[in-house]
Ligand binder design. Sequence first.
Ligand code: AR6
Length: 168
Amino acid sequence: MGAITLHCGDITKDAEADAIVNAANASLLGGGGVDGAIHRAAGPQLLHECRELGGCQTGDAKITGAGRLPVKHVIHAVGPVWQGGEHGEAEMLGRCYHRSIALAAEHDCARVAFPAISAGAYGYPLEAAAGVAIAATREALELHPQVEEARFWLFGDDAYQAFENALR
Ligand code: AR6
């Protein structure tokens, strides 16, 4: 089964991945946080491709090229907004990881970089987001052996610690 590895810092600097997953919103037309960083690093070609996609539902993901980023693809996943935990948030967040890894497999991406989807502007508590992310990624890697590595990029010690705890 594919490996899960943890990394500290800016996901846009990952040149070893074949695809970078973006924590996007349903419009797929850009935003702040990791979405803003990815669009800035990729350049205008990424937004141009995103405009053709017609948005994306929560819990789903869509794939584009990567513009100037040193990877083949960006996978735009739309995580849930945290609403207290009783509104299907965990299921939708888990689906983001499943769909992203399925798209990576379809497009021959052996190494996929992930941010902590929903754990920023969307308010998903870090420990819970990390638990869902690791569990769903493990399941998806088992289903898609073509994907050899899921590389989690964590911003800050708290995020890193939460994912390290979830991995154990
Ligand atoms: N590299 C890695 N992680 C990052 C980076 C980066 N360059 N920048 C931020 N993070 P967020 P969400 C971390 O808010 O919660 C956008 O406006 C950040 O510390 O980027 O899914 C979209 O357009 C946090 O742990 O995504 C949507 O409207 C994690 O990435 C909305 O925000 C996710 O934070 C999506 O919110």
